[in-house]
Design a protein around this ligand. Structure first.
Ligand SMILES: Cc1cc2nc3c(=O)[nH]c(=O)nc-3n(C[C@H](O)[C@H](O)[C@H](O)COP(=O)(O)O)c2cc1C
Length: 198
């Protein structure tokens, strides 16, 4: 299978980036091809400009970086998005990727306010991290908000079959080595569970 991994974290040595490298390496070990789109290191421009709101046609082609990113999605069977939860949502860099790349006519159409996803047939995995413990997020209703707004309103609405939303909670700067290793094993097993040859 062809995998596209999209990651948003400013720190190259962050735990988010380490999880990303581990997931990508496991996919390759399983015999899959993967391309990692590291939004920060690629200096992706997350700002949607007014001219990009016009429908794409011969006179108004998609911006070159958006067209490339959309080609990458077209070519992929599976899109995996990795990011930390910041203020309970995705970093602005990832949100800007969604705003610009998941454009009308490419990722969705809407009629009378009803959204119709155009990326059906493709699969997605979300891998997120938080400082807060997951049980606290669940108890406060915040986890439900994450799932409604990110899993469903973005990825499922665009037509993806969401295979898993894997969440790592209580990720703090000085994460104990043993916990970090458990998380790396968990992200490897996510790849194995969904993509090992049966
Ligand atoms: C700007 C900012 C906002 C954050 N907001 C939240 C939050 O709303 N809830 C939460 O549990 N953690 C929050 N965090 C903590 C991050 O989710 C946590 O530090 C991160 O997942 C750890 O991954 P990393 O080591 O790869 O950065 C925030 C961190 C930053 C920098």
């Amino acid at each position: 299978m062809k995998h596209l991994i999209v990651v948003a974290h400013p720190g190259e040595n962050s735990f988010t980036m380490a999880l990303t490298r581990t997931f990508a390496a496991e996919l390759e070990k399983l015999g899959h091809s993967q391309r990692t789109f590291d939004l920060y290191r690629s200096s992706f421009d997350p700002v949607l400009r007014a001219r990009e709101l016009a429908p794409v046609d011969a006179d108004h082609p998609a911006s070159a970086d958006v067209a490339r990113a959309q080609d990458d999605i077209r070519a992929a069977d599976v899109l995996t998005a990795l990011y930390p939860l910041w203020w309970l949502t995705m970093p602005a860099m990832m949100k800007g990727y969604i705003d610009r790349v998941f454009a009308r006519g490419f990722a969705y159409e809407s009629h009378d306010g009803v959204v119709h996803g155009l990326l059906s047939g493709k699969k997605a995995i979300l891998i997120t991290l938080s400082g807060a413990p997951l049980p606290l997020l669940v108890k406060s209703g915040n986890w439900n908000a994450v799932q409604v707004l990110q899993d469903t309103h973005i990825f499922r609405s665009a037509g993806f079959e969401l295979l898993e939303h894997l969440h790592f909670d209580q990720v703090v700067p000085q994460l104990a080595h043993a916990i970090a290793e458990q998380h790396m094993a968990r992200v490897r097993s996510c790849a194995q569970q969904h993509f090992a040859a049966s």
